[in-house]
Every structure is written in structure tokens, then in C-alpha cells.
Design a protein around this ligand. Structure first.
Ligand SMILES: NC(=O)c1ccc[n+]([C@@H]2O[C@H](COP(=O)([O-])OP(=O)(O)OC[C@H]3O[C@@H](n4cnc5c(N)ncnc54)[C@H](O)[C@@H]3O)[C@@H](O)[C@H]2O)c1
Length: 252
């Protein structure tokens, strides 16, 4: 079912590249106006400029912000609401994924991973709720990971813990805001071909690929398609759900 998002406005974090950029492009292709939030200024400017060239400058808003900063998060939401006249869709996608072995994870790295991957989503959900309540079709989609369901084998334990936390945040908030007509869901991708995984050694990539029944990594567009579905009217009765996009790695 095609997803018509005409007249909707969206904010996507970690949107300068990878899954976030694919989500932003997909939302825009379906008619939404999109704020792209990222902490990497040069990549954000390039990606937002390219997307604006394809979909129209009025439909794309680049916002430089670190998702771990409450004041920057509030500023990002305010910028999107001001530019678009409201906010209907929030996609919490920004994340980092160190592969550090458990006994080598220090306190600072643990705190940083939890701050970007979990606190950032909490801050954006809280900041966006007033605008999402004013929307007649408020949607939150969190980008978790299959490691949040299975535990991290090759990725770090802090990463897996943060992604499990994101699933619990999704369910908690889904209950709390259902009465406002806002749905809250998450997607749990398996390994996806982005800059994040391109940095892995060829041996590690082969080991991970061999575990996936479909025999390959996901494309970023395949994750974006699931996010767009959850953001659209076709998913209007789905909330608190975890949508597996994992090539069969975890069947439950
Ligand atoms: N690639 C995979 O295999 C995979 C699998 C499962 C889940 N995920 C999740 O999908 C999401 C996107 O992954 P990706 O592969 O596209 O990653 P990526 O590294 O290609 O892109 C992540 C983006 O997030 C931005 N970002 C990082 N920290 C930020 C911060 N503090 N504030 C604002 N922006 C910040 C980066 O600048 C970057 O543009 C992440 O949450 C990741 O955990 C990825």
C-alpha cells in the first residue's frame, strides 16, 4: 500500500547518511516535509542540499544538533515546528555502535553509547510530544536493532543494552500517549550496508553475513520502507510494536 504523507511534517535524527538519510528521502518522496537532524555539519549540509534539489528546498530543513544535548534537542524540534507549522512524525535514528569487547568498555564509552542511542530518543520524544499531540496523526518510530532482542554477539554489550532500552521506551511511551492518538513503534534491523558497517573488517562482515538466512546485509532503503510504513496511515492501529527487518536472523 503506498504511503501518502502529503501535508505531514517529519523530523529524522542521524539523517546525514545511512539509514536516517534513506528514511528522510523516503518520507520526502511520499510527500512529507522533513527536518534532517545530525551532529555532522558538513555531511548534513551535503545530504540536505542533495535532497532539497530533488524534492524542493521548502520541503527540507537541515538542523545541526547533538541528540545528547537537551537544549539542542529542544531547539531542533522548535526549528521544525516553526518551519513546517507543526510536527507529525518523529524518527529517532541517530546511533553509534562501538565493537569494544565487554571487559574493555570504560565508563565514559558506556555513558556515551547510552546517551546517543537511548537518552537522545528520550529527549526527542519528550520535546516533540506537545507538537505530536496537536497533530491528528502523531507518529514516533524508533530505530532499534536486532541486538536489542538477541543481545550483542559481535557488537558491544553497551550497544545491545541501549537498543533493548529503546524497545522498552517504545512500549512504555506507546501506552502513555495512545490516548492522544499518537502511535509509538520501533524497527529492529539486522546488519545494514551503511558507513557504520563498511568500517568493519571484511572478515567480520563475512561472519555476520553468514548468520543471516537471506545471505546478505539489508539496504538502507529496506529499513526506510519499514519506517515509512509505520509512519503512514496504513499502520494506524499498530502501536508498541517491534517490526523485525532482519533477513530471518531472528524468527520469533
Ligand atoms: N547499519 C546497521 O547495521 C544497523 C543495524 C541495526 C540498527 N542500526 C541502527 O540504525 C541507526 C542508523 O545506523 P546507520 O548504519 O545509518 O549509522 P551511520 O553511522 O551510517 O549514521 C548515523 C548518523 O547518526 C549521526 N549521529 C551520531 N551521533 C549523533 C549525535 N550525538 N547527534 C546527532 N547525530 C548523531 C551521525 O553523524 C551519522 O550521520 C543507528 O541507530 C544504528 O544503531 C544500524
Amino acid at each position: 500500500m503506498p504511503t501518502d504523507l502529503s501535508g505531514r511534517s517529519a523530523l529524522v535524527t542521524g539523517a546525514a547518511r545511512g539509514i536516517g538519510l534513506a528514511v528522510a528521502a523516503d518520507l520526502a518522496a511520499n510527500g512529507a516535509r522533513v527536518a534532517l537532524v545530525d551532529a555532522d555539519g558538513p555531511a548534513l549540509t551535503a545530504s540536505a542540499g542533495e535532497l532539497a534539489g530533488r524534492t524542493g528546498a521548502a520541503n527540507v530543513l537541515p538542523v545541526l544538533a547533538d541528540v545528547t544535548s537537551a537544549s539542542e534537542v529542544q531547539g531542533a524540534v522548535a526549528a521544525a515546528v516553526s518551519a513546517f507549522g507543526g510536527l507529525d512524525i518523529l524518527v529517532n535514528n541517530a546511533g553509534i555502535c562501538p565493537l569494544t569487547p565487554f571487559e574493555a568498555i570504560d565508563e565514559a564509552e558506556w555513558d556515551r553509547v547510552l546517551a546517543v542511542n537511548l537518552k537522545g530518543a528520550f529527549l526527542f520524544c519528550q520535546a516533540a510530544l506537545p507538537a505530536l499531540r496537536r497533530s491528528r496523526s502523531g507518529r514516533i518510530v524508533n530505530v532499534s536493532s536486532v541486538s536489542g532482542q538477541m543481545g550483542g554477539v559481535l557488537v558491544g554489550a553497551h550497544y545491545a543494552a541501549s537498543k533493548a532500552g529503546l524497545i522498552a521506551l517504545t512500549k512504555s511511551l506507546a501506552r502513555l500517549v495512545a490516548g492522544d492518538g499518537i502511535t509509538v513503534n520501533c524497527v529492529t534491523p539486522a546488519t545494514t550496508a551503511t558507513d557504520l558497517t563498511a568500517a568493519w573488517s571484511p572478515e567480520l562482515q563475512d561472519r555476520v553475513r553468514a548468520q543471516i538466512p537471506l545471505g546478505r546485509f539489508a539496504g538502507a532503503g529496506e529499513i526506510a520502507a519499514a519506517v515509512c510504513f509505520l509512519a503512514g496511515d496504513g499502520a494506524s492501529f499498530i502501536t508498541g510494536a517491534t517490526l523485525d527487518v532482519n533477513g530471518g536472523l531472528l524468527m520469533r
